[in-house]
Structures are given as structure tokens and as C-alpha cells.
Design a protein around this ligand. Structure first.
Ligand code: CP3
Length: 334
């Protein structure tokens, strides 16, 4: 059995699997090398040959327990016909929404636009470098995708004032997202994803109507994925009450962010937990890294726990610090 599935099924595992969010990315010189020649990020995500090489880069370097496919949560808005551009030193920028187009968009047309992602998964499933490892597919949660689609740019400085002005547009998109995210989950599972992670990176941006924008739509995806026979990890980054989220949404595992009080959470959340370490710790020194990593490993030693970060690994991270991190996690004995 693969390491994360074993952790999900066995209460007595002492070994903690490890992988890192954004493990296939800019902190790797070999990724930056490829990226230099491939300036169009969407095109890169739709090139299954190069995406396979990138997915395997962190596996070859660090022998992580799981591979996450090289792709992006914004491939769904792209598949729904919205223009998506990634600007250097700025982040994503999306075009206008053509609601009529999306309403009339059929499953086959959407899936055929994203078909290189499914090919990527099929190839990886048969790649012997991933023998015994989990292969993680992923989607953005409806709320986070709504945020990008309507806000058009990363809401680092908050949502635009007129975000909810057209309530009927917002409601319509939420419904359409439920449909197309499910198609993307199903196709990834059919192509070989052994786990699905749902990224709700902007869950912390909303404090009212959580039922409508977070709990209900995420639960719908969780139930759907479980019915396909695949475990589902939720990452509602920045949500104020993880415990309430878990009791309502019931994911197979929850990824916590670095602001979570772990001594408290370990007592209140019974389901398997992943992640938590502040990615900035990897920018400090070895002594501090060891101290902070051991805090997580000690706290979760009797819990079903997968080591990961509390958000994506930062581009400034040094390779040696990642090597050290893997060493610390692999040599830990409770
Ligand atoms: O290694 C992996 O985790 C797999 C690939 C992956 C990427 N994006 C590749 C990527 C995954 C799982 C994502 C998820 C993603 N994408 C999220 C959710 C997780 C999170 O970080 O909150 C979000 C919000 C996005 C949207 C997105 N994509 C943004 C905001 C940006 C630009 C800013 C940034 O942090 O880089 C991207 C670009 C992106 N996606 C890169 C990579 C490797 C960098 C591309 C580059 O410029 O080289």
C-alpha cells in the first residue's frame, strides 16, 4: 500500500510520510531551467511530456512519499473558457467571464481542453519511478476559484469592493464550478490519481456565509470524491475553525496552515492531519528547522499524520534545507 493510504487506514503507523505543497516549483534549479524556455505557463501545464519531468523532479531529488502532478488550480477557469495569464512578478491575471459560453459548455469540450492533464496522470501511473508512492491529483475549491474568476487577480490585498455586486453571476458561477470541478476530479481519478487534494487557499478571506461558500460546496466535492473510492484531503487555508470545518465537511484528511495551534487541534480533530510547518522556517537555519519540525512530529506522534507545510514551499528555499527536513522526518522515532 502507498504511504499516505497506509497512514489513512492504520491508526498505529509510527512512520510519518512526507511531501511538500509546491514541491515541483521555482525553488528547484532544474525547474527554473525548464521554465526559462517555457514562458507560457498554461502551455507548460498542457505539455504532458515536460509536466511529467517536472512532477518527477522533487521525487528524484528528495524521494518524497508522494508526487503531486505539475498543474495549476486555474486550469479549471481556463477549461471554462476564461483567459488565464501568469505575469512575471505579479501572479495570475484572468480575462472576462463569458457566462453564456460556460452555461453551454459541454463536458466533452471542457475535458478535451484539459486532456493533457489526464494523459500526464496516465503516464505517471505507469512510471516505475512512482512505484509505491501516492500520485496526488488536485483541484481548487469552488470558493477559491470563484475568487480568482470574479476578482481576476490574486486577492492579496483583499477582494475588490464590487465582488458581490452581481449576486446572480456569483451564484451561477458557484453552480457551474460544482459541475466542472467534479468532471475534473472524475477524470483525474480515472486517469490514475490515488488521492485528491482540494485547495481552498482563500478560505480565510470570508467570515460570513461560510455555509454557502465553503462548507456546502466543499462537502459536495468531498462526498463525490469518496464515492469514486479515492481519499480526499482538504486545505481550507486560514479558516477560523478547522474543527468545525472537519465535522461538517468530513474530508479523509485535513491540511492545516501555520497559524493553527497544534497542541489544541490534536485534541479536537480526530481525523488524519497533514502539514502545518511555516514554509519560512525553511529559510532560517538547521537548528531552528530541527526544533520546529520536532514540535510537529512530537505533537502528532500518536496521531495519523502526514508531514507537509502550512502553505507552499517558498521559491527562495535552499535545497540543503529541504534535504535536512527530509532527514529529520525520516529519522524520527516516537
Ligand atoms: O508542486 C505542486 O504543488 C504542484 C503544482 C501546483 C502549482 N500550483 C504549480 C505552480 C499546485 C498544486 C498549485 C496550486 C495553486 N495554484 C494554488 C493553491 C495552493 C496555494 O499556493 O495557495 C493557487 C492559489 C494557485 C494559483 C497560482 N498559480 C498562483 C497564485 C501562482 C503565481 C504565484 C505563485 O505563488 O507562484 C501560480 C503559478 C504557479 N503554479 C507556479 C507553479 C510552479 C509558479 C510558476 C512560475 O512562475 O514559474
Amino acid at each position: 500500500m502507498t504511504p499516505i493510504k497506509e497512514c489513512l487506514e492504520n491508526n498505529n503507523t509510527t512512520k510519518k510520510p512526507i511531501w511538500l505543497m509546491r514541491q515541483a516549483g521555482r525553488y528547484l534549479p532544474e525547474f527554473r531551467e525548464i521554465r526559462k524556455e517555457n514562458t507560457d505557463f498554461i502551455k507548460l501545464c498542457l505539455n504532458e511530456k515536460i509536466s511529467e519531468v517536472i512532477t518527477l523532479q522533487p521525487i528524484e531529488r528528495f524521494n518524497f512519499d508522494a508526487a503531486i502532478i505539475f498543474s495549476d488550480i486555474l486550469m479549471i477557469p481556463y477549461g471554462m473558457g476564461q483567459e488565464v495569464k501568469f505575469k512575471k512578478n505579479f501572479g495570475p491575471e484572468l480575462g472576462e467571464i463569458d457566462l453564456k459560453y460556460i452555461i453551454n459548455l459541454g463536458e466533452d469540450e471542457f475535458a478535451s481542453k484539459l486532456s493533457p492533464i489526464y494523459k500526464l496522470l496516465r503516464n505517471l501511473k505507469n512510471n516505475e519511478k512512482l512505484n509505491g508512492k501516492d500520485l496526488i491529483g488536485f483541484v481548487g475549491a469552488p470558493w477559491t476559484l470563484l475568487v480568482y474568476m470574479v476578482n481576476k487577480v490574486s486577492p492579496k490585498n483583499g477582494l475588490s469592493n464590487n465582488f458581490f455586486n452581481d449576486q446572480s453571476l456569483v451564484d451561477h458561477i458557484m453552480l457551474l464550478l460544482d459541475k466542472f470541478i467534479k468532471i475534473h476530479i472524475k477524470n483525474q481519478v480515472n486517469a490514475g490519481a490515488s488521492i485528491i487534494q482540494i485547495f481552498d487557499s482563500w478560505a480565510g478571506l470570508i467570515n460570513t456565509d461560510l455555509e454557502k461558500y465553503i462548507y456546502k460546496p466543499t462537502k459536495s466535492l468531498v462526498e463525490y470524491t469518496k464515492k469514486l473510492g479515492v481519499p480526499v484531503i482538504c486545505f481550507p487555508r486560514g479558516i477560523s475553525d478547522y474543527s468545525k470545518f472537519c465535522s461538517i465537511v468530513e474530508p479523509s484528511m485535513v491540511n492545516i496552515d501555520f497559524n493553527v495551534d497544534i497542541k489544541n487541534i490534536v485534541k479536537h480533530i480526530k481525523i488524519p492531519i497533514q502539514g502545518g510547518l511555516d514554509p519560512k522556517i525553511l529559510l532560517s537555519n538547521r537548528e531552528n528547522l530541527k526544533k520546529q519540525v520536532l514540535k510537529y512530529l512530537d505533537t502528532f506522534k500518536d496521531h495519523q499524520y502526514v508531514f507537509n507545510l502550512g502553505h507552499g514551499i517558498l521559491p527562495e528555499t535552499k535545497i540543503e534545507m529541504v534535504e535536512e527536513l527530509v532527514k529529520i522526518v525520516r529519522s524520527f522515532r516516537a
